[in-house]
Design a protein around this ligand. Sequence first.
Ligand SMILES: [Fe+2]
Length: 175
Amino acid sequence: MILSQYFPNEFSEVLELTHSEGMYIGQAEVQVLGLTHAQVGAWLVEKWNLPQELVDTVSYHHTPRRLRGGNQMPSLIHLADFLCRHERIGDGGGECLPKLDPAALRAFGIHEEPRAALNRIFDYGPLLQAGMEKADAFTRMAGGEAESVETPVQESDGRVIPRVKRRGTTQGLRS
Ligand SMILES: [Fe+2]
């Protein structure tokens, strides 16, 4: 947001590089601006006098290996960012995936080779999908569309479908 607002031309150039060259956004930022959004964000968080843990989280969310100490938040953000970009959730600036820092996996006790770990994590895809659909159901319930959310049911084709109760009946969310 800061880069977009205060350096609109340079940030447009950054985004152009991510799209036209397939460049990773952090690399494009360094090429055009000489720094990354992690550095700008950390500077801002520090100026706002927020706790050092948050400054470190912003600073190291793409490079958790560089942070010493027990702060897991940069690793958590790093993994969330990687998974969202891998699954094309949201827009992180271009198609180029960030490199997964194995330190982020180790921070949560995952010591296997990153590709094997990721394959295992993506095996949870249907479960994650069900969780997201359940969250959607809660949102709809809050909006008055459903009475309650029940335990997800596994269909014969393996899909896990959360169910909601509407006016005395139980329905799959996708039915
Ligand atoms: Fe980032």
